[in-house]
Design a protein around this ligand. Structure first.
Ligand code: AKG
Ligand code: FE2
Length: 392
């Protein structure tokens, strides 16, 4: 079981991650204005985040958090961390980042605290040389990441033209004439054209969502993967989620059946529900749900086939962040409680559709709950016709 320390480091990493993506300065986060952070962050917490950022070579954020801590200490906020420790972090982070002006300034202040310190004197003259011979970067201005995944998370870079937009519709669907839906058609909305992504509104009630969440909670905490928040920055997948079987509760079976009715796909070869919860900074980096070549020995079981389609149910709203984005296609789908999005991962010819690469953006405010249902190829032959074409 992770220690308290690991939990704290995980929380710090969550904060670092959302800052990088959304371009947020520490002072935006310390006030406690953002409800995702339970308490205002004081100088010691700010220093801890600076240390974690430094360990992960995020020198700019290390600098910004150390200066936030120093500002608070100078204002007289009580803290364990000393000004000298903070100045050392400021100086070292600036050097690593290549801001020799800031490094010089921090070493000067360190020298005022300890005028005889020979190492600091040496560092100061090194900075002077660098300032004369190299261009200095500016560590104080935070640049947002230009990564297409992260840009989409901020709501930038959505690739839709008005012409394409006009072809997207909203309709009431009976799942292709399914008798179970004839009297209660479901509201279907086109979210995107390529790949086609559909959203089904209000497909699950508040009560059903609460049951899915509460059935999952004990499993999530048992595995200590309770949210997709903590963990190393480089992790592709932070947690595994909780598997919910249809026999565990009639509600699980009922929701599975409803998905089959709506999508028109056969329930025989579907996976059990996977429920996941993301806390502050929780994300799921870009990935495919289907395998590129199938079958791969030892991966998905061969009999059921590849993951032909994905149904992703949002069991919560998210106040800020947490969109499901498709970086190749250029689309961001916002979580909407009680709705489900559906897309095919495979083209009709059985090849993986590379436009279906997708990710779950870091949660900035709130908590995100989802339930996934992956539908496998076998059994869908008569429900979705195959094609021999290269591109379909
Ligand atoms: O959290 C999301 O929005 C996406 C989750 C996902 O892609 C997955 O669980 O496979
Ligand atoms: Fe996925």
């Amino acid at each position: 079981m992770p220690s308290h320390r690991e939990d704290l480091d995980g929380a710090a990493l969550g904060i670092i991650r959302v800052q990088e993506i959304y371009g947020l300065y520490p002072e935006t986060l310390t006030g406690g204005n953002l409800t995702g952070i339970p308490a205002p962050l004081g100088p010691d917490e700010a220093f801890h985040i600076a240390q974690v950022a430094y360990q992960h070579r995020r020198f700019q954020l290390a600098f910004l958090w150390a200066s936030e801590s120093l500002t608070q200490v100078k204002k007289g906020v009580e803290a364990d961390v000393t000004e000298t420790a903070l100045l050392e972090y400021l100086a070292s982070s600036s050097l690593h980042f290549g801001d020799f002006n800031e490094a010089f300034f921090s070493y000067q202040q360190l020298l005022q605290h300890d005028p005889m310190n020979a190492t600091v004197r040496e560092q100061l003259s090194e900075c002077e040389i660098k300032l004369l011979s190299e261009t200095s970067s500016d560590i104080t201005s935070l640049e947002k990441s230009s990564d297409p995944y992260m840009a989409l998370c901020r709501g930038e870079g959505i690739r839709m033209t008005p012409q394409r937009q006009r072809a997207l519709f909203c309709r009431y669907s009976t799942g292709g004439g399914n008798p179970r839906l004839m009297y209660a058609p479901v509201k279907e909305e086109d979210e995107w054209d390529n790949p086609p992504i559909k959203r089904y509104h209000d497909i699950i009630s508040e009560k059903e969502m609460e049951i899915l969440r509460s059935l999952s909670r004990p499993k999530l905490s048992r595995n200590k993967v309770s949210n997709r928040g903590g963990g190393r920055i480089s992790n592709v997948r932070v947690s595994q989620g909780a598997w919910l079987h249809d026999h565990e509760d009639p509600v699980v079976a009922r929701v599975s059946q409803r998905i089959a009715n709506i999508t028109g796909l056969h329930l025989k070869n579907v996976e059990t529900f996977q429920v996941a919860n993301y806390g502050l900074g929780g994300q799921y980096k870009p990935h495919f749900d289907a395998l590129v070549r199938f079958p791969v020995p030892g991966s998905f079981d061969e009999k059921a086939g590849n993951r032909i389609a994905t149904v992703l149910i949002y069991l919560s709203d998210v106040q800020y962040g947490g969109a499901t984005v498709f970086p190749v296609a250029g689309v961001a789908v916002q979580p909407q409680k009680g709705s489900a999005v559906f897309w095919y991962n495979l083209l009709r010819n059985g090849q993986r559709d590379n436009n279906t690469r997708h990710a779950g953006c870091p949660v900035l405010i709130g908590s995100k709950w989802i339930a996934n249902k992956w539908i496998r190829e076998r059994g869908q032959e008569f429900r979705r016709r195959c094609s021999l074409s290269e591109s379909e």
